[in-house]
Write a protein of this length. Sequence first.
Length: 152
Amino acid sequence: MAKQTDSATQEAKKPAPEAAKTAAAGEPNDESRLIAAISYIFGVLVSVLIFLLKKEDRYVKFHAAQAIMVDLSVMVLSLVVFVGGIALAIALGIASMGVGFFLGFGIVWISMLVFGLCILALRVFLAFQAYSGKKFGIPIIGAQAEKISSGG
């Protein structure tokens, strides 16, 4: 009888399996991390689908909500950069009797290229953070995503 009690005590002292540890600590599992990373890579439509389909997983909802807000912000900023560049091209064209118009469009093209590369870098960074299990929040957007994912 004493041996049975000792073996039960020994079983209780053994470390918990990894899956139980992560679930108890509230850390995301592999599937949650992968889905959260996907929400940054594939754009706003996939992010909305993930947000709607994974309602029970707060980690995925946070990253999907943040990805949606990042995509919407990128759309607005892209429009601002493009319209600003076109206005610059027209202004240069008028000021230089037409020659500056081509220079202005070159500036628009380069600025949109640089902007796109920065957004690509941001998406890869955010996807890596999500896949690493980190709840990295972008200033302002991250706080809003946290409110949305917690239901508040």
